[in-house]
Design a protein around this ligand. Sequence first.
Ligand SMILES: Cc1cc2nc3c(=O)[nH]c(=O)nc-3n(C[C@H](O)[C@H](O)[C@H](O)COP(=O)(O)O)c2cc1C
Length: 190
Amino acid sequence: MTDSAIDLLLTRRSVVANKLGDPGPSEEELGRMLTAAARVPDHKKLVPWRFLLFRGEARAAFGRVLEETYRSEDPDPSEGRAETEAARFLRAPVVIAVVSHVRDTKVVPEWEQVLSAGAACQNLLTAAAASGYAAQWITEWYAYSDRVRAALGLAENERVAGFVYVGTAQEPPTERTRPDLDDIVSDWRG
Ligand SMILES: Cc1cc2nc3c(=O)[nH]c(=O)nc-3n(C[C@H](O)[C@H](O)[C@H](O)COP(=O)(O)O)c2cc1C
């Protein structure tokens, strides 16, 4: 691995969606990020994931779905929260829904297929950083809403692994604490 690649892995930080703004990646840059996302370990080459893009007007349109869902499911909806829901996808120029698509096969356990979708999310974060952009992998409440699932067109065997928001950091993130390797690494001693 080159110095720059390991440096990137050792310094990359997520930037919260609220702090992501324009510019977003160009078509070409986005294509490269998605190509990197699709280049992840995938047992038996099942391709157990797909990507849904939200750009331009689609972000506001999806916000209307979130707002309507919120209003219909909360017994006492507030106007402030309804506005927040409507604007969620406007926080970043591009939002990529990584959809885990579990294939019906006895050969590769569901767990492994879902892990591969997680790897795709992480590759998106890394590729965004390597391309000079910032990103955040989030699920929030709408990854788990049946009504939103329907609006996303998810099949029974599909789940949102993450919404990856991509844009330009409006301010640099501060570092967060990381686990002490002594707490999470040990030698197997039999
Ligand atoms: C599957 C998954 C879902 C997440 N969902 C959320 C979320 O809904 N809201 C949130 O603030 N952070 C969420 N996070 C955490 C952030 O993506 C991120 O881990 C955190 O901001 C620190 O990231 P960093 O270690 O890359 O800097 C989620 C992380 C994962 C792996």
